[in-house]
Write a protein that binds this ligand. Structure first.
Ligand code: GRF
Length: 201
């Protein structure tokens, strides 16, 4: 069984969706650790409520991003983590960290990458006026939101809607899509060749 760590900076609705999918038996791995860079992240509270080990790592206690990520790696290695799931983790991971967990880190982004990477993906898409947005689950590489795409699903932008309603509808898709991608990883069904990620039997 794959041991999963979730890294989250904020509200943690994706964490919640993952944990619910796990308790319904839809994820064969197990979330054993939740780490945040924000002391008051709701995600930490959600982990605590479910009896999952939670850990706050304060960025101000480290001299550099490399030092922070090396502490992060130590904690993940101590827990023998097989899969790192980023769920609204608002820090760019260093190349050293990404290299040591190569093709073992997943991220979810609220746009159809490569459109609108970075923060505010939903706001950027809305402001641009696209008719189709969505979300992307991808492997994490050294740059921002550029790793091989695992799953993508589109969400149409409705003419009269606000950013808030678009966000709600995109997040509802995220909550369904992320557990599916995690389960594919847990069952060793993801194979990458270059940028292309194949789902195999
Ligand atoms: C999600 O919309 C995700 O796409 C982005 O950050 C947001 C996190 O939301 N990477 P939550 O904390 O899971 O509610």
């Amino acid at each position: 069984m794959k041991r999963i760590a979730v890294l989250a900076s904020g509200y943690g609705s994706n964490l919640e969706a993952i944990l619910e999918a796990q308790s319904r038996g839809e994820i064969s791995g197990k979330v054993v650790l939740v780490i945040s860079d924000q002391e008051n992240a709701k995600a930490l509270e959600r982990a605590h409520r479910r009896g999952i080990r939670k850990l706050y790592l304060d960025p101000d206690s480290y001299n550099s991003r490399e030092e922070y990520d090396s502490k992060l790696a130590d904690e993940l290695n101590k827990e023998e983590i097989d899969l790192v799931v980023l769920a609204g983790f608002m820090r760019l991971l260093t190349p050293g960290f990404v290299g040591s967990f190569s093709l073992k880190i997943l991220n979810i982004h609220p746009s159809l990458l490569p459109s609108f990477p970075g923060t505010d993906g939903i706001e950027q898409a809305y402001a641009y006026g696209v008719k189709l947005s969505g979300c992307t689950v991808h492997f994490v590489d050294e740059a921002l939101d550029t790793g091989p795409v695992i799953l993508q699903e589109s969400v149409p932008v409705i003419q009269e809607e606000t950013i808030a309603t678009l966000k709600q509808r995109i997040q509802a898709v995220e909550h369904r899509l992320y557990p599916i991608a995690i389960e594919l990883f847990c069952r060793d069904k993801l194979q990458t060749r270059g940028r292309r990620c194949y789902i195999v039997d």
